[in-house]
Structure formats: C-alpha cells, structure tokens
Write a protein that binds this ligand. Sequence first.
Ligand SMILES: CC(C)(COP(=O)(O)OP(=O)(O)OC[C@H]1O[C@@H](n2cnc3c(N)ncnc32)[C@H](O)[C@@H]1OP(=O)(O)O)[C@@H](O)C(=O)NCCC(=O)NCCS
Length: 165
Amino acid sequence: MNNPSSTNVLVSRKATEADWDSILKLLEETKLSFWFTGEENYKNFFVVINGQTNEIVNCFAIYIEGKVGILKQFATSKTLQGKGIGKYIANEIIPKTGKELGLEEIYLQGGNKEPFTSMSFWEKTIFKHIDKDEIKNDFAKNYITNLEKNLPEDFFREATFYIEV
Ligand SMILES: CC(C)(COP(=O)(O)OP(=O)(O)OC[C@H]1O[C@@H](n2cnc3c(N)ncnc32)[C@H](O)[C@@H]1OP(=O)(O)O)[C@@H](O)C(=O)NCCC(=O)NCCS
C-alpha cells in the first residue's frame, strides 16, 4: 500500500450498525477502546474499506458541533499499519469527509506516551500541531481541557492538531 495505486482501492463511507463488531475489534486490537467513554456509537463512525476485498482497513469517528469536528478513534488495522494507509486517509479522506459534513475545522488530540504514540504520525500529515491556547472555539477547547484534566500529568499534553477544511 505504499504507492498511490494501492490506496486507490480505499473507499470510505459512514458506518452502519452492521459494521459495529468490526469497528470494536479494530479499536480493541489498536488499544483505542481504552478511551471509550461509554457513549460510543456507530453513528459517529466512518469506515475505510478495501474496495477489492470489502475488508475494513481503518475507522475513525467525528464528533460535531456547528462547523467544528473532533476526530477520535482513528485506527488502522494492526496487520496493515505502516503501509501508508493512515497518511492517505488523514491527508485525503478526512478533509473530503469534513467538507461533505460542512465543517470548517477538525481537531484531534494525538498520543505522546507509549503505547499511544500517534503524535509522530500526525506530524507527518497535513494536520498542524498547535498550542492549546491557539484553539479558537469552545467545543474543541473544552474537549482538550477535559481530556487533560482526566489524565496523568504530561500524558497527551501538547499533542493537539488541527486542519482547516
Ligand atoms: C497511528 C496509526 C493510525 C497510523 O496508521 P498507519 O496506517 O500505520 O500509518 P502510515 O502507514 O500511513 O504511517 C505514516 C507515517 O507515520 C509513521 N507512524 C505510523 N504510526 C505511528 C505511530 N504509532 N508512532 C509513530 N510513528 C508512526 C509511519 O512510520 C510512517 O512514517 P513514514 O511516512 O516516515 O514512513 C496506526 O498506527 C494506529 O492505528 N495506531 C493505533 C491507534 C492510534 O494510536 N490511533 C491514533 C489516535 S489519535
């Protein structure tokens, strides 16, 4: 999946209830289910599928308020990691999805501590690393502030990223 011709087979769509078991499996194998609040629902999720095999290769959730989206639970299937799938989705599919949803900005909090080290991944995408103080709207600011309040010191600090779509 390192060349554009193989990412060409990837298609994204809103998740359906029938996808939920596969999404849960993906989030468990990538340890992201650790962050579940109990309110997770397929309705916020999107799946990215290999159009040739129908296999779900990645999923992500977008939580929306007004024109601002918060990206969460972004995961590539463990056996397919490191092949450029995540980067392609972050750079191409997420902005396109954001536009379709009428969003102007998308925020996310990356991980900066083992086993959550996605910060180095996001640094390689079109997402921009920003200081929490630069966040302009309350929806994103409150999300980051609450995350930090509930986590040990240093955990996930200074790992906020955003794009304008
Ligand atoms: C983070 C994740 C989504 C990346 O997906 P992926 O499909 O493996 O990413 P890619 O293959 O497109 O990697 C792009 C680049 O980021 C790097 N990278 C990927 N995952 C990384 C990680 N966890 N830590 C550090 N660097 C990482 C790759 O080495 C690659 O570098 P290169 O372009 O210099 O070769 C995937 O590793 C994953 O699902 N991790 C567990 C869940 C998670 O942490 N999600 C993020 C929540 S914010």
